[in-house]
Write a protein that binds this ligand. Structure first.
Ligand code: RP5
Length: 163
């Protein structure tokens, strides 16, 4: 099946964070591709990947990286596809470095920045699904069902002491 979302990350070490994006896309039955593409270690691959992404049929790119996290911004500079950036939680600065590197894009090249860590990765996957759902009624229905189930799970278990 044609992958609609590309999930790229700077290192294999980012996968434990980025697999949260895969988790929600699996749940919502959205086909995706995952690949390590490093802004610093494989810069030529990064440029080629972003430049060819639209022609390959991707509709959204999710880029996760930590530290001096140039990956999402550099991807965005070479593609018109929406790029969602996930700041991976770094050891040295707890991901604040990653967040600031990704969120502070100069005017003219946009990156949609999510939260630090697995919540951000999960929400990047969710947001990618929401973007695709603007042109996919079946996916829109699955999203509505997901949100309803989430709401019901909270409403049915209001006691915070409950296991
Ligand atoms: C970044 O450097 C990666 O995105 C990763 O978060 C961080 C550390 O990479 P490794 O040294 O674990 O490969 O480029």
């Amino acid at each position: 099946m044609q992958a609609l979302v590309a999930v790229v990350m700077g290192s294999k070490s980012d996968w434990p964070t980025m697999e949260a994006a895969a988790e929600i896309m699996d749940a919502l039955k959205v086909p995706y591709h995952v690949e390590v593409v490093s802004a610093h270690r494989t810069p030529d691959k990064l440029i080629a990947f972003a430049a060819n992404a639209a022609d390959k049929g991707f509709k959204v790119i999710i880029g996760g990286a930590g530290g001096a996290a140039h990956l999402p911004g550099m991807l965005a500079s070479k593609t018109r596809l929406p790029v969602l950036g996930v700041p991976v939680q770094s050891k040295a600065l707890n991901g604040l470095d990653s967040l600031l590197s990704i969120v502070q894009m100069p005017k003219g090249i946009a990156v949609g920045t999510l939260a630090i860590g697995t919540a951000g990765a999960y929400n990047a996957g969710l947001l990618a699904c929401q973007i695709l759902a603007t042109h996919d009624a079946a996916l829109a229905s699955r999203l509505e069902a997901f949100r309803e189930a989430q709401t019901q799970a909270v409403l049915e278990h209001p006691d915070p002491r409950e296991e």
